[in-house]
Ligand binder design. Sequence first.
Ligand code: THU
Length: 139
Amino acid sequence: MSISAEQAQVLLNAAQAAAENAYAPYSDFPVGAALLTTNGAILTGVNVENASFGLTLCAERTALVKAISEGHRDFQAIAVWASRRPHGSVTPCGACRQVMVEFLLPQTPVVLTDESNGQVRILSMTELLPEAFGPAIQR
Ligand code: THU
């Protein structure tokens, strides 16, 4: 499975636009994610932090939960955009990778970029989480 450079850029633009709504007062690290469904719909999500820190939701999980709750099940790709401060780059955290494995296929492209250098990386889900404990069910 792959997506064109144009599709990747469209998704990244959606993720970047979504990041405007990030709630990240503690980290000052707004993140946006955008999922592309097999039907061509785009569902976005942002990080939603919490004063307790540990209850923070990452952008990737927010996007997935929004999409699933709206009835979407099949996805072509996900893009993640992060602002530069303070981390400098972004890849999904371990918790998000496990949740992503539940709904994305092993070859699903994960498009990543951040403000610091504008470089786009595309990794497959299986590269991000090899030997995953995945779902045993057929959706
Ligand atoms: N964060 C995301 O939303 N996605 C990632 O891929 C990396 C981390 C958020 C969580 C937290 O709000 C902030 O970035 C700092 O870790």
